[in-house]
Design a binder for this molecule. Structure first.
Ligand SMILES: C[S@@+](CC[C@H](N)C(=O)[O-])C[C@H]1O[C@@H](n2cnc3c(N)ncnc32)[C@H](O)[C@@H]1O
Length: 191
């Protein structure tokens, strides 16, 4: 496993709601065009901080919070399940998410890209999971000076993210402004 993977012993750091000051959920939601999804998949959900926030923001939704770390999935099962039944932790492996084709209106990844061993395979998996007309949202540390974050040499530019998404079949990729330290790219799986 890559040495860039998040250290699960620091899992509690992911739950710091101060992260919402830089990783602003409303900015991500606006970038998706203020959607009304019935199913969201977050690949690399960690402790589900964002997946859970998006479950709050969408009215009638199922959110699948996917991670490869059994400790993350166990933490979500113990701490994030909700009475409204919107939140579903899922254990995956590096290149495969055990959910059916065309299940999602939105697939999102937040601070995942720099950890991926096989990014093209993971984005192809995101493409498979999306319904025609669905959107992907990719947020990751920008290659600029930031407080914290991974080494500069493993950060991608917006253009690199867009190129990667288009290489696996996504269309109409767009980089959005609004996050101070992160790139935010959306793209479409055509109808
Ligand atoms: C830096 S954490 C971010 C978690 C969450 N998105 C957040 O921002 O709070 C990245 C997470 O992605 C998971 N991960 C790494 N590679 C993955 C892959 N190929 N598929 C799914 N999850 C992966 C790690 O186990 C880790 O929990």
């Amino acid at each position: 496993m890559s040495h860039h993977k998040f250290d699960v012993r620091k899992l509690e750091k992911l739950n710091d709601e101060k992260r919402f000051e830089q990783l602003i959920p409303e900015v991500m939601w606006d970038a998706l065009g203020d959607p009304n999804p019935s199913t969201i998949v977050e690949i690399g959900a960690g402790t589900g901080l964002f997946a859970s926030r998006f479950a709050d923001m969408a009215l009638d939704v199922a959110v699948y919070a996917v991670d490869i770390e059994p400790a993350m999935v166990a933490w979500m099962e113990q701490n994030r399940l909700r009475e409204d039944g919107k939140f579903h932790p899922v254990l995956a492996d590096e290149t495969h998410v055990p959910l059916p084709d065309a299940v999602a209106d939105i697939v999102m990844t937040i601070n995942l890209h720099h950890e991926l061993e096989f990014p093209a395979t993971t984005y192809a998996e995101a493409f498979r999971l999306l319904k025609p007309g669905g959107q992907i949202l990719v947020v990751d540390w920008a290659p600029t000076e930031t407080l914290g974050g991974p080494p500069q040499e493993i950060r991608a530019t917006e253009d690199q993210l867009r190129e990667m998404l288009e290489s696996v079949g996504f269309e109409a990729s767009v980089a959005h402004f609004g996050l101070p330290w992160h790139s935010l790219v959306t793209a479409l799986k055509a109808e």
